[in-house]
Write a protein that binds this ligand. Sequence first.
Ligand SMILES: *[C@@H]1O[C@H](CO)[C@@H](O)[C@H](O)[C@H]1NC(C)=O
Ligand SMILES: *[C@@H]1O[C@H](CO)[C@@H](O)[C@H](O)[C@H]1NC(C)=O
Ligand SMILES: *[C@@H]1O[C@H](CO)[C@@H](O)[C@H](O)[C@H]1NC(C)=O
Length: 563
Amino acid sequence: MSLTSSGHVARRTSFCCFFFTSLALLCVFVTNAEDPYKFLTWRITSGTISPLGVRQQAILINGIFPGPDIICNTNDNLMINVINNLPEPFLMSWNGIQQRGNSWQDGVYGTNCPILPGMNFTYHLHVKDQIGSFFYFPSLGFHKAAGGFGGIRILRRPNIPLPFLDSTAGDITVLIGDWYNYNHAHLKDMLDHGRRLPPPDGILINGRGPRGTTFTVSQGQTYRFRISNVGLQSSLNFMIQGHTMKLVEVEGTHTQQTMYTSLDVHVGQSYSVLVNTDQPLKDYYIAVSTRFTKRILTSSAILHYFCSSHPASGPVPHGPRGQLDWSLNQALSIRTNLTANGPRPNPQGSYHYGQISVTRTIRLANSAGLITGMQRYAINSISFVPSDTPLKLADYLNISGVFHVGSIPDQPTGSSAMQLQTSVMGAEHKSFVEIVFENSENYIQSWHLDGHNFFLVGMDKGGWTVASRKQYNLEDAVSRCTTQVYPKSWTAVYVGLDNRGMWNLRSQNWPRQYLGQQFYLRVYAPGSSPRDENPMPPNAIRCGKASLARCKAPLKFEDHHRR
Ligand SMILES: *[C@@H]1O[C@H](CO)[C@@H](O)[C@H](O)[C@H]1NC(C)=O
Ligand SMILES: *[C@@H]1O[C@H](CO)[C@@H](O)[C@H](O)[C@H]1NC(C)=O
Ligand SMILES: *[C@@H]1O[C@H](CO)[C@@H](O)[C@H](O)[C@H]1NC(C)=O
């Protein structure tokens, strides 16, 4: 557990009021032509790997698994040309990258047509006002079980300080996740036949099984480790034998710097820790083990001290045996450093989220059940089914019959029967909303909202009631994009819906997401301004009811005119 815990005393040193911050946020939508561009070309192929000793097909990016890290600075424009050389359609999505006014680039099936085999698509990601650690992953089907993921690292701009030692001896991406020896197509097939998946076969650390990865460090230095859980369904505990970790960043928020001996990282979450290599000259185990599972899977990597000739010794350390209370207490101990700056020079605390009036409460209850004998998962009794046309395109091009706003209720429906829907919830642009995730299942959930970070104001065991609001942290809750919800527990977040577009809200548990536990939040207000939302990009791929074939006649007409 936390060794030294800085107090939870509220600090308010900034006088910068919410109004001022809103003005600053408005400027966010104006694309700054001066922001630097970075060009990347990614060739997506299929290749054979055997991380757990069993040969299987994986998704490679430029020939490697996991994919390359994206390393960029706050406000960079990333032009990523994704060339699909797989024999099937493909999309890449960007966990935690907000893409203001630009859900066109989100790379999920509700916003983008798939990149067909042999075709390419250039994503334009503007990492405006973001800093910290995130990751990317392939979003279609069950591709995420085949790799194709990698780290995203957004560094500070020059002259914007970091609230901790910047001159670390190394900045290291650590991708941890559960893994199956089955190919992704086989797993998808099981789900398509209404079956549940068996437990995963093991855990990978940077794409390799037990002791497969070595991180070489020098003694007497400080290293930054960026840990992301890129797996399919397992909460994982991360620890380094003989070392403590100083938590410094959570999905773009600089935290109060607290020491931990081990850290629970739930599916889809990212953390940065600083580690001092101040131990005797030998090697140490980095241990990752599943949490909240009947059978505990464990894996390890090696922290190799440069010049050490002593291998890691002793048993591979294991995470805490305590389950819910230990993990819940750790989660509640993670706080924002209000005086530290984030991507901008002003302190993170200047937003004062606790003083903004909530205009709407959305309560989301997850459930599992069968529809005609097939396994499905739902939110407020609605189980999502994709349409033949991305929702964003249908919305923009005024194509009817694809979805309707309000096809999912914003409150739990008690014991109503589960229904299939292409569910879209409407939300007013610039509204400030409370979302309560209510988990009555004996199962650990992880929820993610695209396009936004939310303030994690509270979580606890039991059912949520209005009285639960009394225990909300309205001072220094952490702002992030993915939160766990413990078994038979609730989690509440506040979110400023300041990003117009069609945004996926999903379970990060991939079988659940695939079988319906997701929907789209349409953040909208009448009247469109290019300041609020980008128009459809000229390179957008068309498909379904948005195919160009539908527009053949008018196009010919225009051609005729041009001549
Ligand atoms: C596909 O790649 C080519 C370069 O290889 C590029 O010129 C073109 O813009 C890309 N197409 C899309 C839709 O991004
Ligand atoms: C918070 O950030 C400030 C400013 O960068 C730093 O001096 C301080 O040590 C940090 N406090 C904690 C508890 O992390
Ligand atoms: C869709 O309908 C809206 C409102 O009627 C209109 O302003 C907009 O131009 C239409 N968009 C397209 C692409 O036809």
